[in-house]
Design a protein around this ligand. Structure first.
Ligand code: FES
Length: 175
């Protein structure tokens, strides 16, 4: 909180904390909070965004969200442990996150997810049994002009074809 003097008193301005790292997925998380004006009611939606972007929530991410939305840490942990959707366990060694936002959907992201599910033998939100690959989906990751978009361990891959995606999964699978 920063105090800014102005006529008739002092205005308190909330400055959100810096992003935990330059991993592009934090920008997605921040986007969710910004869209909601960093209001406390955005807690579940924001935790949901962290879960879909990273595949799980660790202590650092829960603290970051709690600080950014100014909710008690205990409340954030309460939400994470109450809903089965949230996972505190890390995902696979690699994470393929297919963007399921409108622009990407129009360009066939649902077919990418379907093909990836078939190749990996898992559903979105799950990790292969060998712990090698997690398949996730996210809402718009902010690169609509390059739709359909997939994040490979957080790196943006634009205009991705089914073949390119399957090749990437193949590379990870045999590592
Ligand atoms: S909808 Fe996929 S990047 Fe915007």
């Amino acid at each position: 909180m920063r105090c800014v003097p102005q006529q008739g008193g002092i205005l308190q301005v909330f400055i959100p904390p810096p992003l935990p790292s330059d991993d592009k997925r934090w920008k997605i998380v921040n986007g969710t909070m910004r869209k909601n004006g960093f209001a406390r009611h955005a807690l579940i939606e924001t935790l949901h965004t962290v879960q879909s972007a990273f595949g799980y929530l660790d202590d650092d991410s829960i603290r970051f969200v709690a600080r950014s939305l100014r909710v008690p840490l205990s409340q954030a942990y309460g939400v994470v442990t109450f809903y089965h959707y949230f996972s505190l366990k890390p995902p696979g060694k690699h994470t393929a996150t297919v963007c399921a936002g409108t622009a990407c959907y129009i360009k066939g992201s649902a077919k990418l997810v379907e093909a990836a599910e078939k190749r990996l033998g898992i559903s979105q939100g799950q990790t292969t049994k060998d712990g090698q690959i997690s398949l996730l989906t996210a809402r718009c990751v902010g690169a609509c002009s390059r739709a359909p978009v997939m994040l490979c361990d957080g790196e943006v891959m634009g205009e991705v074809s089914r073949e390119q995606m399957l090749e990437q999964l193949e590379r990870w699978a045999v590592e």
